[in-house]
Every structure is written in C-alpha cells, then in structure tokens.
Design a protein around this ligand. Structure first.
Ligand SMILES: [Fe+2]
Ligand SMILES: [Fe+2]
Length: 336
C-alpha cells in the first residue's frame, strides 16, 4: 500500500513551460478534434487549475457525502437495508479515491487537497450540509441526490481530460445502483402504512429543491461555465442539466405516487419540457457560505476522522519506505 505524498506523487505534470508553442498547438488540436488530453500532454495553466478545482471539489463531495447516510447504517430497518446502505457508502469512499487519484495526475498531491478540505478552504457540494432526520431520507438521497449526480456526471464521462473521464465511467455505473436503491426505498414506503407514505412525502418535500440546486447557479450567473464548455470539460449548461433532471423526475414521481413540491410544475407543449417554479438561491448562497444545517458538523467529523487515521498513514509510509529500501538493496546486489 502506498500513501501518495508530495514526495511520491506521480510526476505526470508536463514539465514544459507556459509558453510552449508546439504544446499549445497540440492541445488546441486535441480539443478541436474532441480528443483526450493526457497527464503528460502540455496544457494551459488555467485548464489545469480548473480541473484541479473541479475534480478535488468532486472528490471532497464524495467523501463528505458519506456522512449523511452513515448516520443511518446503525439504524437501518433490516439486515438487507443495512447491507445495501453500507455497500453504497463504501462506493462513495471509492469514488473519492478515484477522483483524488485523477487530480494527482495534474500535479497536486492528496495531502494538500485533504488539508484544504479540513481547513474549510475547499468547497464540496452544498447538498451534504442538509440533515437526515428520517429513514425516508435514505430513499430521497438515493433517488434525488444520486439521481442529480448521474445527470451531472454522465456527460463528464466524455470530459476532455482522460483520467477524469475514465474515473467518471466507473463512478456512473455505481451511481445508477445508488439511485435505484433510493427509488426502491421510497417505493416500499409508498406501498406501506399512511405514516410511511407521509414520511416519504415529507422527505421528498425537503430534498427536492436542494437537489435541483446541485446543478449550480443559473447560466447567467455561472461565468466559468462557458470556458469549461469550450475546453470540453463540461458538455451541458447548469440550466440545461437541471431541465433534463426535472423532465426525468416527473414520470418517476408518478410511479412512486409522491408529489413534487412545486405548484408551478407543468408540461410545456411548445418547449417539449416541464416548466418549473423559481429556486430559492438565497438559501443556496447561505449554505455555500457555511451557514447550512450541518456545515460545521460535517467538517468537524472529517477533521476527526483524518486525525484518527494518522497512524494508518504513518504505518503505510514506513512500510513503503522499507519496501523501497529492499528494492534498492536487491538492485545493488544485482548490479555488483
Ligand atoms: Fe458517488
Ligand atoms: Fe452515489
């Protein structure tokens, strides 16, 4: 087991300077041909920075996102539900690891990203700052939060940066299981007692709007989107993705028998899409600014888990050093 550190982070990042004319031409050709940029290719610093920011935020979201559901592992209503929930939460840890690895290929090591998260200087998806007071929230998170994640992430499988796109392919396969298990929890509750149906509906009422905000601010307030689309990192705009998600949810809500809490939601024949009511962007910005239900709790828990895991990192480092020394010894013997 190797713990990536600044010292052993893969030296993928291109050593060419910012003014490498050939490198720039090659990069522009790759983007124009909708081809993949790989870690050893020259890339503009702004492209690298955008990717590190996006991939590390994404990795942090996966890792912090384990907390709202871990809250219910010990209280899941059956052994089967507990096993499913544990598998899902473990998947999220794995998603974090794929993504940290992808970000490392851009020259930023994992320790730095962890430190930024724990210090509160790195962002993660605001949705994970909401609390999970009922079992039905496990259903709503799977159906709505993982559902929104899939909508967002399927186009990222074609992102121009190779390691990111490839990580997303595997992540999306697992996310689709996550969404189905959430849908199935809600379906079971909706087939249950009036109390269970009320619990499912109340939970959907709380998660619906925050899930729509997961796609980010409206297009006219999202200045970086245009550049990300020009670089083939992002394929669809925030509002385009949000519309696609709403159109997908309406028939699924009908199957479940839940009501989506938007009185303005109706089919628009002309547009071929559902119209929807206004989103509460003040709430979005409040949570983003750290004033959500659980921002402090989430960071504190992560800080604690990081400190508790210090001995594992130390042991892994010592082991890696011993293995490296042994390899060196063997090499010297062969050479002499
Ligand atoms: Fe995930
Ligand atoms: Fe997920």
């Amino acid at each position: 087991m190797t713990v990536p550190t600044a010292a052993n982070a893969p030296a993928f990042a291109s050593s060419a300077g910012p003014d490498d004319a050939d490198g720039r031409t090659r990069f522009e050709e790759l983007i124009a041909a909708d081809d993949r940029v790989e870690p050893s290719d020259w890339m503009p610093e702004a492209y690298r920075k955008t990717l590190v920011r996006q991939i590390s935020q994404h990795a942090h979201s996966e890792v912090i996102g384990m907390q709202p559901e871990a809250n219910w592992i010990g209280r899941a209503p059956s052994l089967k539900r507990k096993a499913i929930l544990m598998a899902k939460v473990q998947d999220e840890a794995g998603h974090g690891l794929y993504l940290y690895s992808a970000a490392q290929t851009l020259g930023t090591d994992r320790d730095t990203m962890f430190e930024q998260l724990i210090a509160g200087s790195a962002k993660y998806s605001s949705i994970f700052n909401y609390l999970t007071p009922t079992w039905a929230d496990m259903g709503s998170i799977g159906w709505l939060v993982d559902g929104a994640a899939i909508c967002n992430q399927v186009p990222l499988c074609r992102a121009s940066y190779g390691p990111y796109g490839r990580a997303m392919v595997r992540i999306c396969k697992e996310e689709s299981f996550h969404q189905r298990q959430g849908f199935e929890i809600l379906l079971s509750l909706m087939a249950g007692t009036p109390e269970q149906r009320a619990m499912a509906q109340e939970s959907v009422n709380r998660w619906y709007w925050p899930a729509l905000m997961m796609f980010g601010p409206p297009d006219d307030e999202s200045p970086n989107s245009q550049q990300s689309m020009a670089w083939n990192i992002k394929r669809l705009s925030n509002d385009g993705l949000r519309q696609r998600f709403i159109d997908m949810l309406v028939p699924q809500a009908e199957v479940l028998g839940v009501t989506l809490p938007d009185p303005d939601l109706r089919w628009n024949e002309e547009r071929g899409h559902y119209d929807h009511g206004p989103l509460d962007w003040d709430e979005f910005h409040e949570v983003l600014a750290g004033r959500g239900q659980a921002n402090a709790q989430r960071l504190e828990r992560r800080r604690q888990a990081h400190e508790d895991g210090a001995w594992v990192r130390e042991a892994a480092r010592a082991y890696a050093e011993r293995m490296a020394a042994r390899r060196e010894e063997r090499f010297e013997k062969v050479a002499s």
